[in-house]
Write a protein that binds this ligand. Structure first.
Ligand code: ZN
Length: 347
């Protein structure tokens, strides 16, 4: 069976921006997890490409990553201007990749349906943390004009809109307050614009606040607390509500979201992905679980070196007894159906 993947989260744009390289030449090569050859090999046809604002601009070397750095207090709020510099830079890189024919930034359902079955890679532009948006929300309008159609209110850091969860083991994401009044206005504005709201990295109180706003609950790259209890994963109550509101929970390949051992070694077996998927499907329902790899943003499980290895996940699902119908839902149909329901229907 041919592997077709719609991935809910990658950090390729931030990798390209941080590396200060020619983005088009770099994306044509095999460095990193997500690039043209790896996506072609692995069957990755579409993905949410995150715009993410780091504190410093440097090469993010995942091979040197020490898992212990994740078990630290939450960083302070980021300066809006500093965040805007990286956000604009990464949006510009997305447009350079599009101009070079490597990706297609899609902003409506018909374009997505067509792009998914064709080349190049379909890109949903996503903002991971609204650090670059001020209370006037003007930066949101500017990014929308550049093609932004998905927004995470926070990364694991506070913004004026709400609080993120610190990375932490042995506790759930009920680590701080929910959305501020500005945060509720941001959600309402996104709802008006047709920009999807992503709750990954958001506190549990913030998650319930998004539910109150009446938008489907989406966590693009978060796993199950019942399998690994960490602040970044979802409790069964959260998974259930994601299913009930017609949302999506995307399986994160990042090892520290998969197993306890990964918090010491950085490593996890591929089979841990199957344990999370099985639980997520059981609680949220088979129409509400998908993939949210965290490619280019997190260390990957054994045997999964990049997007080129996505067929290995499909093989692991097959070996675990997942049927072809369920595998197709998880790998791409659920994201496509969700966006078909919630994206603009007109070009
Ligand atoms: Zn993330």
């Amino acid at each position: 069976m041919e592997t077709l993947v719609f991935d809910g989260h990658n950090d390729a744009l931030s990798r390209l921006w941080g590396g200060m390289v020619d983005p088009v030449a770099e994306f044509a090569g095999t460095n990193g997890h997500v690039n043209v050859p790896n996506c072609a090999k692995g069957g990755m046809k579409a993905g949410f490409f995150a715009i993410y604002s780091p504190m410093t601009r440097d090469v993010f070397d995942l091979s040197n990553l020490d898992p212990a750095i994740f078990d630290m207090p939450m960083p302070p709020m980021m300066d809006e201007g500093l965040a805007l510099t990286s956000a604009i830079g990464q949006a510009a890189i997305a447009h350079k990749l599009q101009d070079a024919g490597q990706i297609e930034i899609v902003t409506d359902a018909p374009a997505l349906a067509r792009a998914f079955m064709a080349d190049p890679i379909a890109c949903i532009l996503h903002l991971e943390g609204a650090d670059c948006i001020g209370p006037d929300l003007l930066a949101l309008d500017a990014l929308y004009a550049l093609g932004l159609r998905s927004l995470g209110i926070v990364w694991s850091r506070p913004t004026i809109f709400g609080d993120g969860v610190p990375f932490g083991l042995g506790r759930v994401g009920d680590t701080g307050p929910g959305l501020t009044d500005d945060g509720k206005r941001l959600v309402a504005r996104c709802k008006d614009l047709g920009v999807l709201i992503d709750t990954s990295h958001l506190t549990m109180k913030g998650f319930w606040d998004v539910a109150e706003a009446g938008v489907p609950l989406v966590a693009t790259h978060s796993n199950a607390c019942a399998v690994l209890n960490t602040t970044r994963n979802l409790t069964d109550d959260q998974l259930r509500l994601i299913g009930e509101t017609g949302g999506i929970a995307g399986l994160n390949f990042g090892t520290i979201f998969l197993t306890v051992e990964a918090w010491k070694t950085g490593k996890a077996p591929l089979d841990a992905c199957i344990k999370h998927l099985a639980h997520m499907v059981e609680i949220a329902g088979e129409d509400h679980v998908a993939i949210g790899s965290d490619f280019d943003g997190a260390p990957l499980p054994d045997g999964m070196a990049s997007a080129a290895d996505l067929p290995k996940l499909v093989q692991a699902m097959t070996d675990a007894g997942f049927g072809q119908t369920l595998i197709a839902k998880i790998t791409h149909e659920n994201w496509l159906a969700h966006l078909d329901r919630h994206f603009d229907t007109e070009a």
